[in-house]
Write a protein that binds this ligand. Structure first.
Ligand code: PHE
Length: 474
């Protein structure tokens, strides 16, 4: 059934459809790849506990603020902010930050699809290995039998050295994203979420139980939850704050856009809480799934971005049923990635539908192809354009390759800027009656929410922005 008010008349068919789609948007490479990477690099416990604090005190209020704008505006991010600004009698220029968000989402999806392409490649590697295991009559053997650690790690190097392979993976992933977004909100995005998210949770649970049986959960839990506060310096706090924004999909107007498709009568507070809770739970479970396996083989948790692509595959070699579980693990990551990439592509798509009057197909195709092209530049940065430094004149990005430049520019600058504008706009400028009515919070919750949004969020997010821009201050 359609919701009047949205430009396309399209919308979620129920509250649970929205929650599922929004959890799908939030849960992604950020939870399964970036969170374990950062937790591992930054010594575990203190980072993890500080991260949870960021989610509760900053993430949840911002999440509700974005849902509120979308629900009150009921159209694309720019249009929604403009509408709320009008009702609140403040300058329509605030809607600029919706445009900034749409641009950020467009840039993020370009390299997100490249990284998801690596995941797709590993699905292929492990699926091939599992088929071989089946043919050999040993379906429960470890993965990639007989390969040395260097050989397994070398697969990533081989992949990176091959523009053709990277391109093919990126093409398939972006194509799938584009296909789903072009089919619309209820017919595409919602359908994908209602099929994929249950599968995601079943796989997550299964692999976590597996990790608990074959791996060292005690050591993993101790690593993840025992804080060594001396490790918590300003840089680590900065990383944790930035990760909380990224993981909850904040600052790119994605939640505004998804929120605009919500039906009347949905209680926004509990909805925001459910999304934030699920996203954080998945990040923690991902840690409890990956580290037991890593520790069981005595590997280094601080491997960095290659933890999932090099360390973990090697661990699967020594694990019972490693071929099967390795394959399932990468399928899990792929599923999480696609429900996020569709939410990213949806932001600029909805913008062009609402603001330029384009058809959904035309919008999705334009931005999908555009993001694909930027992604191609990113992946060439690993081989033929390895020396290119797009923002080399800027000390912050002097040594940064193409993909990391797009990632760093969006993550360190655009995303905190979007979150800062959101908190200032909703915390200070948006009409109080409108906010109260739309969110439907109880009086004490409303007061608490406004306080966090108006004071804590801007200060903390401004700090991320400042230290992101001037790391020498740290
Ligand atoms: N939250 C997603 C993840 O954790 C990434 C994302 C960011 C998706 C912003 C949409 C918008 O992978």
């Amino acid at each position: 059934m359609a919701i009047s008010g949205t430009p396309t008349g399209d919308g979620w068919s129920s509250r649970s459809a929205f929650i599922l789609a929004a959890i799908g948007a939030a849960v992604g490479l950020g939870n399964l790849w970036r969170f374990p990477t950062l937790a591992g690099e930054n010594g575990g416990g203190a980072f993890v506990i500080f991260y949870i604090g960021c989610v509760v005190l900053l993430g949840l209020p911002l999440l509700l603020a974005e849902i509120f704008i979308g629900r009150a505006g009921q159209t694309d991010a720019v249009g929604s902010i403009r509408k709320v600004a009008k009702t609140s009698k403040v300058s329509p220029r605030w809607s600029l930050f919706g445009g900034l968000g749409a641009l950020a989402a467009f840039l993020i999806v370009s390299f997100y699809s490249v990284v998801a392409g690596w995941v797709l490649y590993y699905v292929g590697v492990f699926a091939g290995d599992f088929v071989q295991a089946l043919l050999a009559g040993e379906p429960f053997r470890g993965a990639l039998q007989g390969e040395t650690q260097e050989q397994i790690a070398g697969r990533m190097g081989d992949l990176f050295a091959s523009p053709g392979l990277l391109l093919a993976m990126h093409l398939v992933f972006m194509g799938a994203t584009l296909f789903i977004v072009a089919r619309g909100v209820s017919g595409g995005i919602e359908k994908a979420a209602t099929w994929l998210m249950p599968a995601f949770f079943v796989l997550l649970l299964a692999i976590t139980i597996y990790g608990a049986i074959v791996g060292d959960v005690g050591e993993a839990a101790a690593f993840l939850f025992t804080p060594d506060w001396s490790k918590l310096d300003a840089r680590v706090m900065n990383e944790a704050l930035g990760q909380a924004l990224f993981s909850l999909s904040l600052g790119v107007a994605g939640i505004i856009t998804y929120g605009s498709y919500i039906r009347e009568g949905t209680r926004l507070g509990p909805t925001a809480f459910a999304i934030g809770f699920a996203d954080t739970a998945v990040a923690l479970i991902a840690g409890l799934m990956i580290f037991p396996i890593v520790f069981a083989v005595g590997l280094d948790p601080a491997a960095g971005p290659t933890l999932v692509f090099q360390t973990l595959p090697f661990a699967f070699e020594a694990m019972p049923a490693g071929a099967l579980v390795g394959m399932l693990f990468f399928i899990l990551v792929l599923v999480a990635a696609i429900t996020s990439s569709i939410s990213l592509l949806e932001v600029p798509t909805a913008w062009a539908i609402g603001e330029l009057g384009w058809s959904r197909q035309r919008s999705a195709l334009t931005f999908g192809i555009g993001a694909f092209a930027i992604g191609v530049a990113c992946l060439l940065g690993y081989n033929v354009w390895a020396d290119v430094r797009p923002l080399g004149f800027w000390p912050l990005f002097a040594e940064t390759d193409i993909l990391d430049t797009v990632d760093g520019f969006t993550g360190k600058i655009m995303l905190p800027l979007g979150a800062l504008c959101t908190s200032l706009f909703v915390g200070w400028r948006a009409d109080r009656r409108l906010t109260e009515q739309t969110t439907g919070l109880s009086r004490p919750m409303f007061t608490l929410w406004r306080f966090l949004l108006a004071w804590l969020c801007p200060l903390a997010v401004a700090a991320i922005l400042l230290f992101g821009l001037f790391p020498q201050l740290l």
